[in-house]
Design a protein around this ligand. Structure first.
Ligand SMILES: Nc1nc(=O)c2c([nH]1)NC[C@@H]1CN(c3ccc(C(=O)N[C@@H](CCC(=O)O)C(=O)O)cc3)CN21
Ligand SMILES: O=c1ccn([C@H]2C[C@H](O)[C@@H](COP(=O)(O)O)O2)c(=O)[nH]1
Length: 318
């Protein structure tokens, strides 16, 4: 994972102090590229323990075309909770304690944090138990799952069907591997305003040469300490899955970043991680057993030989 540590060092050394939407403040560079050869092992962070289980359940959620956090809540995956919760506490129906700016206040205000945790637990319980509530407040809008599997409603004006970009990708890779048009985009300008968060991993392209399958991602905005380790592993897993589906061997993941930033409250954690020696990479195996990648469950994907340094905690910017 030297590539990742080099990115961290580069941003610490040359990053510019920049304000951001969340009000946290960042050190930021614009434009950076990393390459991961998947033949050398599975690129999950070894310099801090990273929750692979959460990465798997999020990717399978995208692949099923799901955009409702209920599925993630049921799988005990909290990574999208804040963005659904935000919609709930800003709604007219919410009558609990004031949760304005909860993301910024919770890490620094002990008394508020207790209140926030109570409200968040209530919210999750209701998402899990109340169908109508989950349908309204669990849904993040037309985020990744919608764009990947069902891009563009368009039906009323054009009479066209929504596009299953992943099915088309698999089809194209099988039937026309040399094509330079193996592209999937989550960036749908006409639906951005309805999304809880505009897509960060916005567009990717697949490529086949020598029987190997590679993918390059353009990520417009990259939270280096929290988001990027998840994104690298998620796309590496996506390449493995698409390779199984198309009879190819995993090649390279090329990760191209736009605004690549370290949040000001992650700088110490990044420095701690930089003192650690990378270890041997783990490997993964996938049990397809006649299933398509759209029907997999988390237990079908198994990680072995993962011996990371301990976890490093950090607050997430909402
Ligand atoms: N500021 C920000 N950074 C992100 O990376 C990010 C967002 N926002 N918003 C949407 C999604 C949600 N993602 C997330 C959210 C939380 C974790 C997280 O809490 N990771 C912890 C581990 C959690 C655990 O082990 O329970 C970590 O330490 O990596 C990771 C990715 C990635 N995205
Ligand atoms: O997969 C993801 C999702 C989100 N992020 C980070 C990047 C930014 O820090 C925030 C999004 O804020 P914007 O103001 O919309 O750019 O989330 C990530 O790194 N990876």
């Amino acid at each position: 994972m030297k590539q990742y540590l080099d990115l961290c060092q580069h941003v610490l050394d040359t990053g510019i102090q920049k304000g951001d939407r969340t009000g946290t403040g960042t050190l930021s560079v614009f434009g950076y590229q990393m390459r991961y050869d998947l033949q050398k092992g599975f690129p999950l962070m070894t310099t801090k323990k990273t929750a692979f289980r959460l990465i798997v359940s999020e990717l399978l959620w995208f692949l099923k075309g799901d955009t409702n956090v209920r599925t993630l809540v049921e799988e005990n995956n909290p990574i999208w909770d804040e963005w659904a919760f935000e919609k709930w506490v800003n709604s007219e129906e919410y009558t609990g304690p004031d949760m304005t700016d909860f993301g910024r206040r919770a890490p620094v205000d002990e008394e508020f944090r207790v209140q926030y945790k109570v409200e968040m637990e209530h919210f999750k319980k209701r998402i899990a138990e109340d169908d109508a509530f989950a349908e309204t407040y669990g849904d993040l809008g037309p985020v990744y799952g919608k764009q990947w599997r069902s891009f563009g409603t368009g039906a009323t004006e054009t009479g066209r069907q929504p596009i299953d970009q992943i099915a088309q990708l698999i089809d194209g890779l099988k039937n026309n591997p040399d094509s330079r048009r193996h592209i999937v985009t989550a960036w749908n300008p006409s639906e951005i305003e309805d999304m809880a968060l505009p897509p960060c991993h916005a567009l990717f392209q697949f490529y086949v040469a020598d029987g190997k399958l590679s993918c390059q991602l353009y990520q417009r905005s990259a939270d280096i300490f929290i988001g990027v380790p998840f994104n690298i592993a998620s796309y590496a897993l996506l390449i493995h899955l698409i390779a199984l589906e198309t009879g190819l061997v995993p090649g390279e993941f090329i990760h191209t970043l736009g605004d690549a930033h370290i949040y000001s409250n992650h700088v110490n954690q990044v420095k701690e991680q930089l003192t650690r020696e990378p270890r041997e990479l783990p490997t993964i195996s996938v049990n397809m057993e006649g299933k398509s990648i759209f029907d997999l469950t988390t237990s079908d994907i198994v990680l072995t030989n993962y011996n990371p340094h301990p976890k490093i905690k950090a607050p997430i910017a909402v």
